[in-house]
Design a protein around this ligand. Structure first.
Ligand SMILES: Cc1ncc(COP(=O)(O)O)c(C=O)c1O
Length: 384
Protein backbone atom coordinates (compact mmCIF):
# COMPACT_ATOMS: atom_id res chain seq x y z
CA UNK A 1 0.00 0.00 0.00
CA UNK A 2 1.56 3.26 -0.98
CA UNK A 3 -1.51 5.56 -0.80
CA UNK A 4 -0.39 7.27 2.41
CA UNK A 5 0.26 10.93 1.54
CA UNK A 6 3.75 12.15 2.34
CA UNK A 7 3.92 13.88 5.71
CA UNK A 8 4.61 17.58 5.40
CA UNK A 9 7.93 18.52 6.95
CA UNK A 10 7.46 19.22 10.63
CA UNK A 11 3.81 18.17 10.50
CA UNK A 12 3.40 18.30 14.26
CA UNK A 13 4.24 21.98 14.57
CA UNK A 14 1.38 24.48 14.22
CA UNK A 15 1.67 26.74 11.18
CA UNK A 16 3.01 30.24 11.79
CA UNK A 17 1.16 32.52 9.38
CA UNK A 18 2.61 35.86 8.34
CA UNK A 19 -0.39 37.51 10.01
CA UNK A 20 -3.20 36.07 12.13
CA UNK A 21 -6.06 38.54 12.23
CA UNK A 22 -8.30 36.07 14.04
CA UNK A 23 -5.96 36.05 17.05
CA UNK A 24 -6.33 39.82 17.29
CA UNK A 25 -10.08 39.79 16.69
CA UNK A 26 -10.60 37.85 19.91
CA UNK A 27 -9.41 40.91 21.88
CA UNK A 28 -12.04 43.36 20.57
CA UNK A 29 -14.69 41.22 18.85
CA UNK A 30 -17.63 41.98 21.15
CA UNK A 31 -17.03 45.74 21.12
CA UNK A 32 -16.71 45.79 17.32
CA UNK A 33 -19.88 43.78 16.83
CA UNK A 34 -21.76 46.07 19.23
CA UNK A 35 -20.52 49.15 17.34
CA UNK A 36 -21.51 47.60 14.00
CA UNK A 37 -24.94 46.68 15.37
CA UNK A 38 -25.53 50.32 16.35
CA UNK A 39 -24.74 51.42 12.79
CA UNK A 40 -26.93 48.71 11.29
CA UNK A 41 -29.84 49.61 13.56
CA UNK A 42 -29.48 53.33 12.77
CA UNK A 43 -29.11 52.59 9.01
CA UNK A 44 -26.88 55.63 8.53
CA UNK A 45 -24.45 53.70 6.37
CA UNK A 46 -23.03 56.72 4.51
CA UNK A 47 -21.41 59.53 6.52
CA UNK A 48 -23.15 58.51 9.73
CA UNK A 49 -22.06 60.13 13.01
CA UNK A 50 -19.42 57.42 13.56
CA UNK A 51 -17.38 58.86 10.69
CA UNK A 52 -16.96 62.24 12.38
CA UNK A 53 -16.36 60.60 15.76
CA UNK A 54 -13.59 58.46 14.34
CA UNK A 55 -12.07 61.38 12.45
CA UNK A 56 -11.85 63.44 15.63
CA UNK A 57 -10.30 60.56 17.56
CA UNK A 58 -7.79 59.89 14.77
CA UNK A 59 -6.81 63.56 14.49
CA UNK A 60 -6.28 63.71 18.26
CA UNK A 61 -4.22 60.53 18.15
CA UNK A 62 -1.98 61.83 15.36
CA UNK A 63 -1.77 65.32 16.85
CA UNK A 64 -3.19 67.08 13.79
CA UNK A 65 -6.16 69.41 13.43
CA UNK A 66 -8.10 67.34 10.93
CA UNK A 67 -8.48 63.79 9.70
CA UNK A 68 -10.68 63.21 6.68
CA UNK A 69 -11.86 59.63 6.35
CA UNK A 70 -11.41 58.16 2.88
CA UNK A 71 -12.44 54.96 1.13
CA UNK A 72 -8.87 53.61 1.04
CA UNK A 73 -5.26 54.62 1.48
CA UNK A 74 -5.08 54.90 -2.29
CA UNK A 75 -7.97 57.36 -2.38
CA UNK A 76 -6.45 59.25 0.54
CA UNK A 77 -3.35 59.80 -1.63
CA UNK A 78 -5.37 60.59 -4.73
CA UNK A 79 -7.45 63.17 -2.87
CA UNK A 80 -4.30 64.70 -1.35
CA UNK A 81 -2.80 65.20 -4.81
CA UNK A 82 -6.12 66.56 -6.10
CA UNK A 83 -6.19 69.00 -3.18
CA UNK A 84 -2.89 70.38 -4.53
CA UNK A 85 -4.36 70.52 -8.06
CA UNK A 86 -1.79 68.07 -9.40
CA UNK A 87 -2.35 67.40 -13.09
CA UNK A 88 -0.72 67.18 -16.52
CA UNK A 89 2.64 68.93 -16.72
CA UNK A 90 3.29 68.49 -13.01
CA UNK A 91 5.88 66.23 -11.43
CA UNK A 92 5.62 64.36 -8.17
CA UNK A 93 8.77 63.02 -6.53
CA UNK A 94 8.65 59.73 -4.66
CA UNK A 95 10.49 56.48 -3.98
CA UNK A 96 10.62 53.62 -6.45
CA UNK A 97 10.41 51.07 -3.60
CA UNK A 98 6.80 51.19 -2.44
CA UNK A 99 3.38 49.73 -2.99
CA UNK A 100 2.00 50.56 -6.42
CA UNK A 101 -0.60 53.06 -5.17
CA UNK A 102 2.06 55.64 -4.27
CA UNK A 103 2.89 56.19 -7.94
CA UNK A 104 -0.38 54.97 -9.43
CA UNK A 105 -2.27 57.98 -8.10
CA UNK A 106 0.20 60.36 -9.74
CA UNK A 107 -0.23 58.69 -13.13
CA UNK A 108 -4.02 58.67 -12.78
CA UNK A 109 -3.95 62.46 -12.55
CA UNK A 110 -1.87 62.74 -15.71
CA UNK A 111 1.21 63.94 -13.82
CA UNK A 112 4.71 62.50 -14.05
CA UNK A 113 6.23 60.41 -11.27
CA UNK A 114 9.88 61.20 -10.67
CA UNK A 115 11.41 58.27 -8.83
CA UNK A 116 14.27 58.23 -6.37
CA UNK A 117 16.38 55.40 -4.97
CA UNK A 118 16.38 54.26 -1.35
CA UNK A 119 18.73 54.14 1.60
CA UNK A 120 19.69 50.45 1.55
CA UNK A 121 19.67 50.32 5.36
CA UNK A 122 16.12 51.59 5.98
CA UNK A 123 14.47 50.94 2.58
CA UNK A 124 13.17 54.52 2.63
CA UNK A 125 14.03 57.35 0.24
CA UNK A 126 16.68 59.75 1.48
CA UNK A 127 16.22 63.46 1.91
CA UNK A 128 19.13 64.09 -0.45
CA UNK A 129 17.60 61.83 -3.09
CA UNK A 130 14.17 63.41 -2.82
CA UNK A 131 15.62 66.91 -2.95
CA UNK A 132 17.82 66.13 -5.95
CA UNK A 133 14.76 65.05 -7.94
CA UNK A 134 12.91 68.33 -7.41
CA UNK A 135 12.54 70.57 -10.48
CA UNK A 136 10.54 73.76 -11.08
CA UNK A 137 7.68 71.46 -12.16
CA UNK A 138 7.54 69.51 -8.90
CA UNK A 139 4.12 69.92 -7.35
CA UNK A 140 4.56 67.56 -4.40
CA UNK A 141 7.00 65.19 -2.72
CA UNK A 142 5.69 61.88 -1.37
CA UNK A 143 8.07 60.30 1.12
CA UNK A 144 6.85 56.80 1.96
CA UNK A 145 7.28 55.55 5.51
CA UNK A 146 7.81 51.93 4.61
CA UNK A 147 7.22 48.90 6.84
CA UNK A 148 6.44 51.01 9.94
CA UNK A 149 9.46 53.33 10.03
CA UNK A 150 9.37 56.96 9.03
CA UNK A 151 11.63 58.14 6.25
CA UNK A 152 14.12 60.65 7.62
CA UNK A 153 12.40 63.81 6.45
CA UNK A 154 13.40 66.02 9.38
CA UNK A 155 15.53 68.38 7.30
CA UNK A 156 13.18 68.31 4.34
CA UNK A 157 10.19 69.15 6.52
CA UNK A 158 12.08 72.06 8.08
CA UNK A 159 13.12 73.48 4.69
CA UNK A 160 11.03 76.33 3.35
CA UNK A 161 12.24 76.21 -0.28
CA UNK A 162 10.51 73.01 -1.24
CA UNK A 163 7.23 71.76 -2.70
CA UNK A 164 4.56 70.45 -0.30
CA UNK A 165 5.17 67.09 1.32
CA UNK A 166 2.51 64.37 1.35
CA UNK A 167 3.56 61.63 3.76
CA UNK A 168 2.54 58.17 2.59
CA UNK A 169 2.06 56.66 6.01
CA UNK A 170 -0.18 53.82 4.88
CA UNK A 171 2.06 51.38 6.77
CA UNK A 172 3.16 53.63 9.61
CA UNK A 173 0.35 55.18 11.62
CA UNK A 174 1.81 55.73 15.09
CA UNK A 175 5.45 55.83 13.94
CA UNK A 176 7.57 58.70 15.25
CA UNK A 177 10.82 60.51 14.67
CA UNK A 178 12.35 62.35 17.62
CA UNK A 179 9.02 61.89 19.39
CA UNK A 180 7.04 63.57 16.60
CA UNK A 181 4.38 61.39 15.10
CA UNK A 182 3.92 60.84 11.40
CA UNK A 183 1.31 63.33 10.33
CA UNK A 184 3.15 66.29 11.76
CA UNK A 185 5.79 66.64 9.05
CA UNK A 186 3.95 67.03 5.78
CA UNK A 187 1.19 69.28 4.47
CA UNK A 188 -0.90 66.11 4.37
CA UNK A 189 -0.41 62.55 5.55
CA UNK A 190 -2.20 59.54 4.12
CA UNK A 191 -2.97 56.40 6.08
CA UNK A 192 -4.57 53.09 5.12
CA UNK A 193 -6.91 50.89 7.10
CA UNK A 194 -6.46 47.89 4.82
CA UNK A 195 -6.97 44.91 7.16
CA UNK A 196 -3.28 43.98 7.34
CA UNK A 197 -2.22 47.45 8.44
CA UNK A 198 -1.49 48.11 12.13
CA UNK A 199 -4.90 49.78 12.35
CA UNK A 200 -6.98 47.69 9.98
CA UNK A 201 -10.70 47.86 9.31
CA UNK A 202 -13.11 45.16 8.20
CA UNK A 203 -12.49 46.09 4.57
CA UNK A 204 -10.98 49.03 2.76
CA UNK A 205 -10.53 52.42 4.37
CA UNK A 206 -8.09 55.28 4.71
CA UNK A 207 -7.70 58.87 5.84
CA UNK A 208 -5.88 62.04 4.92
CA UNK A 209 -4.56 64.04 7.86
CA UNK A 210 -3.73 67.73 7.77
CA UNK A 211 -3.15 70.73 10.00
CA UNK A 212 -4.22 73.12 7.26
CA UNK A 213 -7.90 74.13 7.52
CA UNK A 214 -8.05 75.12 3.83
CA UNK A 215 -6.76 71.72 2.70
CA UNK A 216 -9.06 69.98 5.21
CA UNK A 217 -12.08 71.72 3.73
CA UNK A 218 -10.99 70.90 0.18
CA UNK A 219 -10.39 67.23 1.04
CA UNK A 220 -13.82 66.98 2.64
CA UNK A 221 -15.38 68.40 -0.53
CA UNK A 222 -13.26 66.27 -2.87
CA UNK A 223 -14.43 63.05 -1.23
CA UNK A 224 -18.06 63.83 -2.08
CA UNK A 225 -17.57 64.50 -5.80
CA UNK A 226 -16.40 68.03 -5.11
CA UNK A 227 -19.87 69.12 -4.04
CA UNK A 228 -20.74 71.82 -1.54
CA UNK A 229 -23.59 72.17 -0.92
CA UNK A 230 -24.87 68.83 -2.19
CA UNK A 231 -25.39 68.78 -5.98
CA UNK A 232 -23.35 71.97 -6.52
CA UNK A 233 -19.87 71.23 -7.86
CA UNK A 234 -17.14 73.86 -8.07
CA UNK A 235 -14.41 71.25 -8.33
CA UNK A 236 -14.33 67.69 -9.63
CA UNK A 237 -13.90 65.11 -6.89
CA UNK A 238 -14.87 61.49 -6.44
CA UNK A 239 -16.61 59.11 -4.12
CA UNK A 240 -13.83 58.73 -1.58
CA UNK A 241 -15.99 58.31 1.53
CA UNK A 242 -15.10 56.11 4.48
CA UNK A 243 -18.03 53.77 5.26
CA UNK A 244 -19.82 54.35 8.55
CA UNK A 245 -19.37 50.67 9.41
CA UNK A 246 -15.61 50.93 8.94
CA UNK A 247 -15.47 54.08 11.05
CA UNK A 248 -17.37 52.33 13.85
CA UNK A 249 -14.95 49.39 13.87
CA UNK A 250 -11.90 51.65 13.61
CA UNK A 251 -13.09 53.69 16.61
CA UNK A 252 -13.11 50.49 18.66
CA UNK A 253 -9.62 49.52 17.47
CA UNK A 254 -7.84 52.90 17.63
CA UNK A 255 -7.40 52.88 21.44
CA UNK A 256 -5.67 49.48 21.10
CA UNK A 257 -3.21 50.59 18.40
CA UNK A 258 -0.33 51.63 20.67
CA UNK A 259 -0.41 48.36 22.62
CA UNK A 260 -0.33 46.43 19.33
CA UNK A 261 2.62 48.52 18.16
CA UNK A 262 4.42 47.73 21.42
CA UNK A 263 3.76 44.03 20.81
CA UNK A 264 5.25 44.29 17.33
CA UNK A 265 8.27 46.15 18.70
CA UNK A 266 8.80 43.46 21.35
CA UNK A 267 8.69 40.78 18.69
CA UNK A 268 11.08 42.73 16.47
CA UNK A 269 13.54 43.07 19.35
CA UNK A 270 13.22 39.34 20.04
CA UNK A 271 14.03 38.54 16.39
CA UNK A 272 17.01 40.91 16.47
CA UNK A 273 18.38 39.08 19.51
CA UNK A 274 17.63 35.59 18.15
CA UNK A 275 19.24 36.35 14.79
CA UNK A 276 22.30 37.80 16.50
CA UNK A 277 22.63 34.71 18.72
CA UNK A 278 22.13 32.35 15.78
CA UNK A 279 25.29 33.47 14.01
CA UNK A 280 23.27 34.26 10.87
CA UNK A 281 23.89 37.99 11.16
CA UNK A 282 27.61 37.64 11.76
CA UNK A 283 27.95 35.35 8.72
CA UNK A 284 26.16 37.93 6.58
CA UNK A 285 23.27 35.56 5.85
CA UNK A 286 20.54 37.63 7.49
CA UNK A 287 20.48 41.42 7.69
CA UNK A 288 17.99 42.54 10.32
CA UNK A 289 16.07 45.83 9.88
CA UNK A 290 17.99 49.02 10.65
CA UNK A 291 16.34 51.58 12.89
CA UNK A 292 17.20 55.26 12.48
CA UNK A 293 18.42 57.06 15.59
CA UNK A 294 15.37 58.77 17.09
CA UNK A 295 12.89 56.55 15.23
CA UNK A 296 9.96 54.75 16.83
CA UNK A 297 9.41 51.89 14.38
CA UNK A 298 5.96 50.27 14.52
CA UNK A 299 6.90 47.22 12.42
CA UNK A 300 3.93 46.81 10.16
CA UNK A 301 6.45 44.43 8.64
CA UNK A 302 9.68 42.94 9.98
CA UNK A 303 11.75 42.72 6.81
CA UNK A 304 15.13 41.01 6.61
CA UNK A 305 17.55 40.78 3.71
CA UNK A 306 18.73 37.33 2.78
CA UNK A 307 20.61 35.59 -0.05
CA UNK A 308 18.68 32.95 -2.09
CA UNK A 309 15.50 34.64 -0.87
CA UNK A 310 12.98 32.73 -3.00
CA UNK A 311 14.46 29.36 -2.08
CA UNK A 312 14.37 30.31 1.60
CA UNK A 313 10.73 31.45 1.34
CA UNK A 314 9.78 28.09 -0.23
CA UNK A 315 11.72 26.21 2.47
CA UNK A 316 9.91 28.12 5.23
CA UNK A 317 6.56 27.70 3.47
CA UNK A 318 7.05 23.92 3.45
CA UNK A 319 7.47 24.15 7.23
CA UNK A 320 4.25 26.13 7.66
CA UNK A 321 6.02 29.47 8.17
CA UNK A 322 4.38 32.34 6.28
CA UNK A 323 6.50 35.02 4.64
CA UNK A 324 5.98 37.65 1.96
CA UNK A 325 8.02 39.70 -0.47
CA UNK A 326 7.33 43.42 -0.31
CA UNK A 327 8.15 44.18 -3.11
CA UNK A 328 9.45 41.91 -5.86
CA UNK A 329 9.76 44.65 -8.51
CA UNK A 330 10.49 48.35 -8.09
CA UNK A 331 8.00 50.83 -9.47
CA UNK A 332 10.34 52.25 -12.13
CA UNK A 333 10.49 48.79 -13.76
CA UNK A 334 6.73 48.19 -13.77
CA UNK A 335 5.50 47.74 -17.35
CA UNK A 336 2.78 50.37 -16.91
CA UNK A 337 5.48 52.99 -16.25
CA UNK A 338 7.60 52.03 -19.27
CA UNK A 339 6.78 55.43 -20.74
CA UNK A 340 9.00 57.04 -18.11
CA UNK A 341 11.95 55.42 -19.89
CA UNK A 342 13.63 53.70 -16.97
CA UNK A 343 15.67 50.52 -17.22
CA UNK A 344 17.44 48.08 -14.92
CA UNK A 345 20.27 49.72 -13.02
CA UNK A 346 18.62 53.13 -12.70
CA UNK A 347 17.95 52.71 -8.97
CA UNK A 348 20.30 49.94 -7.87
CA UNK A 349 19.56 49.98 -4.13
CA UNK A 350 15.85 49.47 -4.73
CA UNK A 351 16.48 46.79 -7.35
CA UNK A 352 18.75 44.91 -4.98
CA UNK A 353 16.21 45.18 -2.16
CA UNK A 354 13.56 43.65 -4.43
CA UNK A 355 15.78 40.57 -4.82
CA UNK A 356 16.64 40.21 -1.13
CA UNK A 357 13.76 41.30 1.13
CA UNK A 358 11.63 38.88 3.08
CA UNK A 359 8.93 39.79 5.60
CA UNK A 360 8.62 37.48 8.62
CA UNK A 361 5.67 37.04 11.00
CA UNK A 362 5.79 39.86 13.58
CA UNK A 363 2.13 40.34 14.53
CA UNK A 364 1.63 41.13 18.21
CA UNK A 365 -0.17 37.88 19.11
CA UNK A 366 2.61 35.58 17.81
CA UNK A 367 2.57 32.55 20.09
CA UNK A 368 5.50 31.92 22.44
CA UNK A 369 8.21 29.94 20.75
CA UNK A 370 7.15 30.88 17.21
CA UNK A 371 10.04 33.24 16.65
CA UNK A 372 12.57 30.69 17.84
CA UNK A 373 11.14 28.24 15.30
CA UNK A 374 11.37 30.79 12.49
CA UNK A 375 15.01 31.59 13.28
CA UNK A 376 15.95 27.92 13.69
CA UNK A 377 14.34 27.07 10.35
CA UNK A 378 16.32 29.86 8.65
CA UNK A 379 19.53 28.62 10.29
CA UNK A 380 18.71 25.10 9.09
CA UNK A 381 18.24 26.35 5.53
CA UNK A 382 21.68 27.96 5.50
CA UNK A 383 23.24 25.03 7.33
CA UNK A 384 24.27 27.16 10.31
C1 LIG B 1 2.88 52.38 1.05
C2 LIG B 1 1.43 52.24 0.70
N1 LIG B 1 0.81 53.26 0.07
C3 LIG B 1 -0.49 53.20 -0.25
C4 LIG B 1 -1.26 52.08 0.04
C5 LIG B 1 -2.66 52.03 -0.41
O1 LIG B 1 -3.57 51.77 0.63
P1 LIG B 1 -4.94 50.99 0.34
O2 LIG B 1 -4.60 49.56 0.13
O3 LIG B 1 -5.73 51.22 1.60
O4 LIG B 1 -5.58 51.61 -0.84
C6 LIG B 1 -0.66 51.01 0.71
C7 LIG B 1 -1.45 49.83 1.08
O5 LIG B 1 -1.26 48.71 0.74
C8 LIG B 1 0.72 51.08 1.03
O6 LIG B 1 1.33 50.06 1.65
Amino acid sequence: MNDVPPRPVNADAAPIPLLDLKAQLATYREAALAAMTRVVDAQEMIMGPEVGQFERALAAYAGVRSAIGMSSGTDALLAALMALDVGPGDEVVTTTFSFFATAGVVARLGAKTVFTDIDPATFNATEAGLRAAVTPNTKAIIPVHLFGQMADIRGLAAATDRPPIIEDSAQSLGARLDGRMTGGFGAMTCVSFFPSKNLGGFGDGGATLTDDPVLAEKLAILRVHGSKPKYFHHIVGGNFRLDTLQAAVLSVKLPLLDAWAEGRRRNAAAYDALFAESGLVERGLVTTPAVLPGAYHVYNQYVVRVPRRDELAAFLGARGIGTAVYYPRPLHLQPCFAGLGHGPGDFPHAERACAEVLALPVYPELPAGAQGRVVRAIAEFYGV
